[in-house]
Design a protein around this ligand. Structure first.
Ligand SMILES: [Zn+2]
Ligand SMILES: [Zn+2]
Length: 326
């Protein structure tokens, strides 16, 4: 499924089977998670995609052809490909454990073709073994919702009372990890969305309410997953002194101005950008131990537009995943 230009529908196309270059793997794609970032690309909010583009950066695939010099993953093994597709390895960020900020980084399904396809090519250093206990469809959301969620959770600090704004794919994973760590989760959903509220409670939230509500007690940290700037001052209002508010998305609508008192008392407001390979190794080891159970709705490849639309309209419980048969 090919994106030719922003704000146009994806187009089914027959593309040549990609050839793996040096250090790359050609994968037979089994599943690919659908992420809100894909919507930001389609909507033109992320402005520099390769075009035409195959979207998708939560790829579960089987190694079909290792390219020259590739030896990390054997043919026939199952790997996952996340958003971070390549880094320079030389810059100050790369050399200090912050390759997520590499200025020359390339991203899967943005700078290079992704997984809304039957085949994909990826740099083997950025491919990860998938825990055996996860079927393909259930594994896919671990690769962005899970990884970015995990990085967001780490940056939120160790506080016991964690707020999650927006209860989609990432939050439903983070809630399970946070509970496993002994935290309590307070879920904030779009006002009036009872279905989302119930889903959050099923996923282990101690409390779930509308984003316009105050939690029953002040929070130690909050993560804003919904791409809605208005939520930032609301989250700052919901947390106590010294708390961290993390914006977990790659794009957000404008944040309204707010009084300094919301930031005062050492509250911290920060974003999370991309992921490092260390995040991926950590989280993919942790997920089966929790164990994180992902709730997915699957779509055939040719229904990718429908998956994006369902995500846009908030019709999902958990994550949308494209299933590729054959
Ligand atoms: Zn770099
Ligand atoms: Zn993503």
């Amino acid at each position: 499924m090919v994106l030719d230009a922003a704000r146009t529908p994806l187009r089914p196309a027959e593309l040549p089977v990609p050839r793996p270059g040096r250090g790359q793997l050609r994968l037979r794609v089994r599943a690919c998670g659908v992420c809100r970032t894909d919507l930001h690309v389609v909507d033109g909010e992320l402005t520099k995609p390769k075009l035409p583009l195959v979207l998708g950066h939560q790829i579960v695939g089987i190694v079909e052809e290792p390219g020259p010099g590739a030896g990390r993953h054997a043919a026939g093994s199952r790997v996952g490909v996340p958003w971070l597709g390549w880094t320079c390895g030389e810059c100050a960020y790369c050399r200090s454990g912050r390759e997520n900020l590499c200025r020359r980084a390339r991203f899967t399904g943005y700078d290079v073709d992704g997984g809304y396809a039957e085949a994909a090519v990826a740099d083997e250093r950025f491919c990860f073994a998938i825990p055996a206990s996860y079927p393909d469809l259930q594994a896919a959301p671990l690769l962005c919702a899970g990884l970015i969620g995990w990085r967001s959770l780490k940056l939120a600090g160790d506080g016991e009372r964690l707020g999650l704004y927006g209860f989609g794919a990432a939050a439903h994973i983070v809630a399970q990890v946070a509970r496993h760590q002994g935290r309590r989760v307070f879920a904030f959903v779009r006002p009036g969305r009872d279905e989302a509220r119930r889903f959050a409670l099923e996923m282990g939230a101690a409390w779930a309410g509308g984003s316009d509500e105050r939690p029953p007690e002040p929070l130690d940290a909050a993560i804003v997953f919904a791409p809605v700037g208005e939520l930032v001052p609301l989250a700052l209002r919901a947390v106590g002194p010294g708390a961290v508010v993390v914006c977990g998305g790659i794009h957000m609508s404008e944040i309204p101005s707010f009084p300094y008192e919301l930031l005062w008392e050492e509250r911290v407001l920060r974003s999370v950008a991309n992921l490092t390979r260390a995040d991926a190794e950590e989280f993919l080891a942790l997920a089966p131990r929790v164990p994180v159970r992902t709730q997915v709705k699957s779509y055939p490849l040719e229904a990718a537009e429908q998956a994006l639309d369902d995500l846009r309209r908030g019709r999902l419980r958990g994550a949308a995943v494209i299933a590729i048969s054959g």
